[in-house]
Design a protein around this ligand. Structure first.
Ligand code: PGA
Length: 262
C-alpha cells in the first residue's frame, strides 16, 4: 500500500528567505521524526524558489512540486515555463488546474487538458490534477456532474500514454481557505464523510477513463493539524494538499506527527 502523500502548497505567500527557512524546518522534521517512513512529502514553493529549495532537498525524499506550467515544450510564450524546464530544475510533481488559477487567471478545462497532456509526456514529472466545485454547483446538487466534466476534459487531451500513476487533488472551492477571495460567500468546512463519498466517486470516474492507472486522490480545503487524520485515512483520502496550515512550522510539525502516528 502507498504511503499518504502530503503536499505543502505555499502559493505566492513566502519570500526567498522565508521559503528557505521553512524548507529547512520541513527537512529537519522529516529526518528527525518517523515522518519520512510513513508519509510522502512534497513542497510546492513559488516558481522562483523551486531551484534553491530543490537544492536543499537534494539528498532527502522530499519532492518538489511546481504550482503550474505551460502546455508547450518551447517557444515564444512570454512568462510561461514548460514541463521540461520544471523537470530540469528538480521538480518531480506539478499542480495543474488549481482553482485559484481557474478563477483568477481564467484557466479553462481545455487549457488544463493541454497541460495534462504536456506533463504526462515528460518522464519523471507527475501531474497533480486539481478539481473541485464552487458552492453554487454544490447547492444545486450538480457537483458530481461538474467534477466528471473536469476529469473527462482533462483526460481527453492526453494523446500518447496516460500516466501510470494518477494523482487528483479534490478541493471543493468553498472549502479552500481563500474561498472568499474566489467569490464564494463564506468559506465552509467539508465533512470527512462527504470527502469519502467524493473520493470514491472520483476514483470510479478515473478508473473508467484509465483502467490501468494507479489512482490516488488527495483532499484539500482548509486542512489543519486538527483534522488532517479525519481526511487522510483508509477509506477517505490518500493524502492532502495543504495551503494555509503548511506555512507555519508549528502546524506543519503537528500535521507530520498526527499523520505518522495515525
Ligand atoms: P488551504 O489551501 O489549505 O489554505 O485551504 C489549499 C489549496 O488551495 O491548495
Amino acid at each position: 500500500m502507498r504511503k499518504p502523500l502530503i503536499i505543502a502548497n505555499w502559493k505566492m505567500q513566502l519570500t526567498l528567505p522565508e521559503s528557505l527557512r521553512l524548507a529547512r524546518t520541513v527537512i529537519r522534521l522529516a529526518r528527525a521524526s518517523h515522518a519520512q517512513r510513513s508519509v510522502d512529502i512534497a513542497i510546492a514553493p513559488s516558481l522562483e524558489n523551486c531551484v534553491p529549495i530543490a537544492r536543499l532537498a537534494q539528498r532527502t525524499s522530499i519532492a518538489i512540486c511546481a504550482q503550474d506550467c505551460f502546455w508547450e515544450s518551447k517557444g515564444a510564450y512570454t512568462g510561461e515555463v514548460s514541463p521540461q524546464r520544471l523537470r530540469e530544475i528538480g521538480c518531480s510533481h506539478v499542480l495543474i488546474g488549481h482553482s485559484e488559477r481557474r478563477i483568477h487567471l481564467g484557466e479553462t478545462d481545455d487549457m488544463i487538458g493541454r497541460k495534462m497532456n504536456a506533463v504526462s509526456a515528460v518522464s519523471g514529472l507527475q501531474p497533480v490534477l486539481c478539481i473541485g466545485e464552487p458552492y453554487a454547483i454544490r447547492r444545486a446538487k450538480k457537483h458530481l456532474h461538474y467534477i466528471k466534466h473536469q476529469l473527462v476534459t482533462a483526460f481527453r487531451y492526453i494523446k500518447k500514454t496516460t500516466p501510470s500513476r494518477i494523482i487528483i487533488a479534490y478541493e471543493p472551492v468553498w472549502a479552500i481557505s481563500t474561498a472568499a477571495q474566489m467569490g464564494e460567500s463564506a468559506p465552509l468546512k467539508s465533512a470527512p464523510d462527504d470527502c469519502a463519498a467524493m473520493v470514491g466517486a472520483i476514483k470510479k470516474i478515473v478508473f473508467a477513463l484509465s483502467p490501468k492507472s494507479d489512482v490516488s486522490v488527495l483532499y484539500g480545503g482548509s486542512v489543519t493539524s486538527q483534522d488532517v487524520t479525519s481526511f487522510v485515512a483508509k477509506g477517505i483520502a490518500d493524502g492532502a494538499l495543504i495551503g494555509g496550515a503548511s506555512l507555519h512550522s508549528g502546524e506543519w510539525k503537528k500535521i507530520m506527527s498526527s499523520i505518522s502516528s495515525s
